[in-house]
Design a binder for this molecule. Sequence first.
Ligand SMILES: NC(=O)c1ccc[n+]([C@@H]2O[C@H](COP(=O)([O-])OP(=O)(O)OC[C@H]3O[C@@H](n4cnc5c(N)ncnc54)[C@H](OP(=O)(O)O)[C@@H]3O)[C@@H](O)[C@H]2O)c1
Length: 336
Amino acid sequence: MSAEMNRQWLLKERPQGMVQESNFEYREQSIPEPGDGEILVHNLYLSFDPTFRGQMVDRPNYVPPMQIGDIMRGASAGEVVKSNNPDFQPGDLVIGAGGWQDYFIPDQADLMSVSKIPQGVSIPNSMSIFGLTGVTAYFGLLDVGQPKEGETVLVSGAAGATGSVVGQIAKIKGCRVVGIAGGPEKCAWLIEGANFDAAIDYKNENVYKGILKHCPQGVDVYYENVGGDILEAALGCLAMNARIVLCGGISSYNSEEVPPGPRGLMNLVRTRSRIQGFLVLDYVDRFSQARKDIAQWMADGLLVSQEDIQEGFENAPKTFMRLFTGQNRGKQMLKL
Ligand SMILES: NC(=O)c1ccc[n+]([C@@H]2O[C@H](COP(=O)([O-])OP(=O)(O)OC[C@H]3O[C@@H](n4cnc5c(N)ncnc54)[C@H](OP(=O)(O)O)[C@@H]3O)[C@@H](O)[C@H]2O)c1
């Protein structure tokens, strides 16, 4: 692989079942030249998000799917190296939708979403806790979940990027917080590293019994990142007037079939609860409010950002796949 070229990873074929390295194709192109009003960004880090697995296949989604041969989509952080735009100077550090490549020129629409990384914020933090991860946790929990002091908040995918921030914010709001994660190491970190009250290891425990044990008054807010059997277990343990925040369902992202169920929906009737889908992009106008609170909580030592930084452009497909095997420890990024 050559550093003087623009290295790229493309979608070679639509995955069937679990995403694998053979679904991607590597190529090198010459580095593009920015035109009038354009900038050239040199990517330094890539961010990996489970949602892009959904965009690799031709199914209805909140954005059109990628096409075969497209550069793999994804957020990136980089340095402006050439600028024909008065709003950007060479040397500016920015975040944008750069995709899996060394260099990119944001098109007119993308340029509006390219934002400068504020002074004093590290590049990894800008992609995790101050990036979409932090604001997803913030608005999903506070706006949709509406937790009240003393209530019980249950989080799935709890040791992941989003889930771990959700649980910490719920603790800041005075809730009892229980996380569901895969494996003893992640469960121990939830309690020791992220201030959760209890953790359920879904790979080694009966989740339904675990929720009953750790949420004796029932679950007031369930923050859902996983779906499937875990959602069914949570549905059976709701308190009255519970709120379920449907943020994601990673357990089915690599499935060929739309998963059946969930069973137990009538628990919503019995407990007068609601379940609500949520998309962080609907909150763009309020991101600065979330970032202000997050910065304060971090400064007060109440919130930690867990980041998993792999290295080497050649490892992009492998790094993406870590999200679906649970190898990642927090926000998955790749340093180029
Ligand atoms: N609605 C929105 O606007 C929005 C925005 C951002 C993210 N999301 C959603 O939030 C969720 C978390 O995303 P993230 O970026 O923070 O990733 P993440 O939680 O850091 O990483 C994904 C985690 O999911 C767990 N997982 C993977 N396959 C699983 C399976 N089959 N069953 C159970 N758990 C599984 C793994 O943890 P374990 O080791 O514990 O299994 C893995 O570490 C995803 O569902 C994503 O789509 C939604």
